[in-house]
Design a protein around this ligand. Structure first.
Ligand SMILES: [Zn+2]
Length: 321
């Protein structure tokens, strides 16, 4: 249908494909309705144009939709970047677990194995519907689960670190109070502890300690920090020193020629407490050394490394009398 308007007065024509002729549209319901629709469309177009050029003053949302679309694109892009970064952080935290395990071994704590760790940080991932598009929903779920996993990992590592520090402090004291060096330089029989023939009495009896042979007056050192319980003459032991280290440990140094400490005196590992001799039931100058744990005699050679001399230990610890 084509519409023409005359100049003298508004006349509307239409071309009929049936008659192949132009027909004038008479003023009436049809003409008025058509004019109404045309005016309406023109007005709407004009309104939208004015609104667009004035930054959506009417707030009908065309400019706003464009702005939101752009914003949405930027947000999605950055969400992906953040999700990637959080994943890297989470992986780094897992590496910290390995280093944490080395620390745990150092302070004699059981390591956190992979299963315990996974149980601790919770392997099950739940899904939340954020009522967004599927790809944004996926992205938000990945981000949320990774952040929560990282948070639990961090809590687990923090707990482990606190435990390590507590053990370290306790162990530091305990280690200082555990017999750990050779009390005197000199030769000793590897099988000196246990049943053996007594050199003077010539009978088999239990030997509760270790005999270290050396010249008369060789320096004798305390093998751990502790308090002197007994210093002086004591029967077959001759001149002896007994040190209480706490944690169930006691050490005994016998057949001495001299003692430099008194009852109740605090001693430190590596401190010279006496000199070797031949007092008491002794067949020659030597040191009889005992280590007791909760009253039971231990093999003293289990309580020192023969390759660490007192000189070496004292030099490193800078112990002076
Ligand atoms: Zn002995």
């Amino acid at each position: 249908m084509q519409i023409f308007t005359g100049m003298d007065r508004l006349k509307l024509y239409y071309f009929s494909t049936k008659t192949l002729r132009f027909h004038e549209l008479r003023w009436g319901k049809t003409k008025l309705a058509l004019l109404g629709v045309l005016t309406g469309v023109a007005l709407l177009w004009l309104t939208i144009e004015i609104n667009q050029t004035n930054g959506d003053v009417l707030g009908i949302g065309i400019a706003r939709t464009n702005a939101l679309l752009n914003e949405n694109r930027v947000l999605k892009e950055h969400l992906r970047i953040v999700a990637g970064r959080v994943e890297v952080l989470e992986k780094k935290l897992a590496q910290i677990n390995e280093e944490g395990n080395q620390l745990r071994l150092l302070v004699d704590l059981p390591t956190i194995d992979e299963d315990t760790r996974k149980a601790g940080i919770g392997g099950v991932e739940d899904r939340i519907d954020f009522t967004t598009s599927a790809d944004v929903n996926d992205l938000l779920n990945v981000l949320r689960n990774t952040v929560e996993k990282a948070d639990r990992e961090l809590q687990l590592q923090f707990k482990s670190y606190t435990e390590v520090m507590k053990h370290y402090e306790t162990n530091k004291v305990k280690f200082a109070r555990t017999p750990a060096i050779k009390p005197m330089n000199g030769y000793y029989a590897k099988k000196g502890f246990g049943m053996r023939l007594h050199p003077i009495l010539d009978i088999y009896r239990k030997h509760e300690g270790l005999d270290i042979a050396n010249d008369q007056s060789t320096p004798v050192y305390a093998t751990a920090d502790g308090t002197v319980e007994l210093a002086g003459r004591h029967g077959g032991y001759g001149i002896m020193i007994q040190v209480n280290h706490g944690y169930g440990y006691k050490t005994l140094y016998a057949h001495l020629s001299k003692t430099f400490v008194r009852d109740g005196e605090e001693v430190r590992r590596g401190m010279m407490i006496g000199r070797s001799g031949n007092t008491g039931l002794s067949s020659g100058p030597h040191l009889h050394y005992e280590v007791r744990l909760n009253g039971i005699s231990q093999n003293p050679s289990d309580y020192f490394f023969d390759d660490v001399s007192q000189e070496e230990y004292r030099a490193q610890k800078q112990i002076n009398e």
